[in-house]
Design a protein around this ligand. Structure first.
Ligand code: PLP
Length: 419
């Protein structure tokens, strides 16, 4: 549909570098996706879920005050944060879980890092009546308790992965292992435009609803697009937002990576900007990765948990290399400033991931002609980040709050017995 891969490859990147035991699972998924993505019943059901469950279409909001303050192109914000569960991840989760159900699967597994994809998958499974197991690194389980609590409320089983660095990439490995053994009953719902083919094509396709709506909304309202700006972790929100515009070279595409605290290796998560990353093959696909000379994973750092994966969508890596997408590393402090700016001037609380895109747009806007639009994809809303933003913006009050909450819990040891 939109610059699909050729046999799983986007130029040099992509492919399916998988062990023999995964071949059957991947082949089955490949043909099921090819079939259902053209099947009218599947698409009708998907569109009803998008409308009534996710809450699509999401608004395209004119950021009038931000536009005046920045003094350049008209700023618009695509409010994906208004999607049910608070971010774009549900677009992909609902698509894949529905596909799995059509394939006759009864069980869904997924990896999660910060927990956003785990929450979306658990919710989609509850909605569609599927069993759900989420693999999450033990370190992440410990520091992402609010999302673990939501996943469990939706009925998912959260498995803490104790291998390797006990974070996202280890959770991916564990999910792959489970899938290889159980694929007859089980679908692996991968969370971003990553992994072996056909996942990058499939995830982009389910997320393309974002860009399709933007295209329609701009046509209806006669908005002349100059540029689109998205944050890039694994690359799913950017892929889906950009995809309908890939071939329209008049429209500029910008990707914001996690610039962390600076360009030194280990202090950021930028795979396209700077010299930290290199080409490599990991987790079933070829792309750009933050690995050292021996191919070992480097430490990554970003204030936003969704932007700190060490790899990137093979398609976005290719489009970065050809120059179709321009990347910029946005630092933690710039992302925080953008949260503040859009909260104060537009009444919009962005996720820290999305605010990387917003910060990039704030730099670009003054150079865009006044009659043209620069569109930010707000991939998610910022409520989830209160444990990160509050300690920065109001550390003393937050510390007191946490202490008093702990005291309240300890004094009410029997609190759960009340209900
Ligand atoms: C997970 C996440 C991201 C990063 O993932 P992509 O696959 O790059 O889109 C960005 N924003 C939010 C709100 C997220 O939850």
């Amino acid at each position: 549909m939109y610059e699909e891969s050729i046999d799983g490859f986007f130029g040099d990147y992509g492919g399916k570098y998988i062990p023999e035991i995964l071949h059957s699972a991947i082949d089955e998924l490949d043909s099921a996706f090819d079939f259902y993505i053209h099947d009218k019943d599947f698409l009708d059901e998907l569109n009803i879920l998008r409308r009534d469950y996710i809450g699509r279409e999401t608004p395209l909001m004119f950021a009038e005050r931000a536009t005046e303050l920045l003094g350049g192109g008209k700023i618009f914000i695509k409010l994906e944060g208004l999607a049910n569960t608070g971010a774009h991840k549900i677009n992909n989760a609902i698509g894949q879980v529905l596909l799995a159900k059509k394939m006759g699967k009864t069980r869904i597994i997924a990896e999660t890092g910060a927990g956003q994809h785990g929450v979306a998958t658990a919710a989609a499974c509850a909605k569609l009546g599927m069993q759900c197991v989420i693999y999450q690194g033990e370190v992440d389980v410990r520091r992402q308790q609010p999302n673990v609590a939501s996943m469990e409320l939706y009925g998912a089983k959260v498995v803490a992965v104790k291998t390797g660095s006990r974070t996202l990439k280890d959770a991916v490995n564990e999910a792959m292992r489970d899938w290889a053994t159980n694929f007859e009953t089980t679908h692996y719902c991968l969370g971003s435009a990553l992994g072996p083919a056909p996942f990058p094509d499939m995830v982009r396709t389910f997320q393309s609803i974002i860009g399709e709506e933007v295209k329609k909304q701009c046509a209806e309202r006669n908005i002349q697009i100059d540029s689109l700006v998205a944050c890039v972790g694994g690359g799913s929100n950017a892929s889906g937002f950009f995809a309908p515009f890939f071939k329209d070279e008049k429209i500029k595409l910008y990707g914001a990576e996690g610039g962390g605290t600076g360009p030194e290796i280990g202090n950021n998560a930028s795979r396209m900007v700077g010299t930290s990353a290199r080409d490599g093959i990991m987790q079933g696909f070829k792309s750009r990765f933050l690995v050292d000379d021996d191919g070992q994973a480097q430490k990554t750092s970003s204030i936003s948990a969704g932007l700190d994966y060490l790899g990137i969508s093979p398609q976005l890596a290719m489009l970065g290399k050809t120059g179709r997408i321009t990347f910029e590393a946005i630092r933690d402090n710039e992302a925080l400033e953008a949260v503040n700016f859009f909260a104060k001037n537009e009444g919009i609380l962005m996720a820290l991931e999305s605010s990387h895109a917003a910060a990039y747009a704030m730099k670009l806007a003054p150079k865009v002609p006044k009659d043209k639009a620069i569109i930010i994809n707000m991939s998610g809303r910022g409520d989830k980040d209160v444990f990160i933003t509050s300690p920065v913006f109001r550390p003393e009050e937050w510390k007191e709050f946490l202490k008093s909450e702990l005291k309240r819990l300890e004094e009410n040891k029997d609190v759960h017995e009340k209900y």
